[in-house]
Design a protein around this ligand. Structure first.
Ligand code: UDP
Length: 343
């Protein structure tokens, strides 16, 4: 069966393509390459020995989307495309709302027109905002004090729930992942941020290879054991596996199944502080990583990790990679690709 992966040349998307191809699916990628590179697709083919069909399209244009569904027999969609920087969304809210809402509306509209109703959405742990309780489970209310990125993902989920209410034949799963890090163990695909990275793991990696001088730690006076913020880092290959298993779950259901619209957390369920991550990275590279304590970053949540047990119970999924493997693979990718994909 052909699976359309939107954003398939991106960080999570490319690892998801590998998972899907290795599981025997055919993969069609739709990506505008605004924040990714076609080289990622060649690398996916190198890893899997299989071909990726590619459409370079802006998903916010209806005609582009129709063209894909006209040409290919798409059976299901994994929707990974979209702007994803929490910090950037605060500065560029309109871009974030437009990008996610327009692409999702056009995608679903086209899917409906072609009778394709199987959808796995890459959502985010950011939908919970400042979580009501820790570990965050799926019963935790969404939308509490969220950033524009978190809010638009809440909106996208709500739109999809409404769509499902209107036509219960849709099967939709929201996969809310926490902090994806690391890279494929081959070192052939990984995260390729343009410019200086904002996120912690890519930044530590730059310091580890000597490209940046020192990790700035944003605050050490939070109510946590070492005073630095705690997150649920998850290996990107575990995220990709979760998306693949969600898709297989949907596809295993009889066609006449109704009532499937549900959310799942993807995380390890283990919190690691900023300092712990720096020290884990030091162990992997075998030398100290310089850091200094700086001001808090506005809007940071002190402690954020999830309860992933629903995904284990209902999908048989659990994160397998350790924090050491996340650091090792991020470092390996960076050393083999000093300029990322050069995008
Ligand atoms: N962080 C940091 N220095 C950096 C980048 C991030 O101390 O250069 C901290 C940040 O304040 C947060 C954690 O690392 O507590 C994870 O940040 P990231 O941006 O990677 O993810 P998110 O904030 O979206 O969870």
């Amino acid at each position: 069966m052909k699976i359309l992966v939107t954003g398939g040349a991106g960080y999570v998307g490319s690892h998801t393509c590998v998972e899907l191809l290795n599981a025997g699916f055919e993969v069609v990628v739709a990506d505008d390459l605004s924040n990714s590179s076609e080289l990622a697709l060649r690398r996916i083919e190198k890893i899997t020995g299989k071909r990726v069909l590619f459409y370079q399209v802006d998903l916010c244009h209806k005609t582009n989307m129709r063209e894909i569904f006209e040409e290919e027999q798409i059976g299901a969609v994994v929707h990974c495309a979209g702007l994803k920087s929490v910090a950037e969304s605060v500065i560029l809210p309109l871009e974030y709302y437009y990008n996610h809402l327009a692409s999702t509306l056009i995608l679903c509209n086209t899917m409906q027109a072609y009778g394709v109703r199987n959808l796995v959405l890459c959502s985010s742990g950011r939908v919970y905002g400042m979580p009501e309780h820790i570990p965050v489970d799926e019963a935790c209310p969404v939308g509490n004090n969220v950033t524009p990125y978190g809010r638009v993902m809440v909106m996208v989920e709500e739109i999809l729930r409404d769509l499902h209410t209107a036509d219960p034949r849709w099967k939709i799963m929201f996969m809310r992942f926490f902090n994806p890090v690391g890279a494929h163990p081959s070192g052939l695909i990984g995260e390729s941020p343009s410019g200086t990275p904002n996120n912690l793991m890519p930044y530590i990696t730059e310091v580890a290879v000597g490209e940046e001088k020192c990790v700035g730690i944003f605050g050490d006076d939070y109510p946590t054991p070492d005073g630095t913020c705690i997150r649920d880092y998850i290996h990107v290959c575990d995220v990709a596996k979760g998306l693949r298993m969600a898709l297989q779950h949907i596809l295993a259901l009889p066609d006449d199944t109704t009532g499937l619209v549900d959310a799942y957390n993807l995380g390890t369920g283990q919190g690691h502080s900023v300092l712990e991550l720096v020290h884990e990275f030091e162990k992997v590279v075998g030398h100290p990583i310089p850091y200094e304590i700086r001001q808090r970053r506005p809007g940071d949540i002190p402690v954020d990790y999830c309860d992933p047990s629903k995904a284990e119970r209902e999908l048989g999924w659990r994160a397998e990679h350790t924090i050491a493997e996340m650091c090792r693979d991020a470092y390996n990718w960076r050393r083999k690709n000093p300029k990322g994909f050069g995008n």
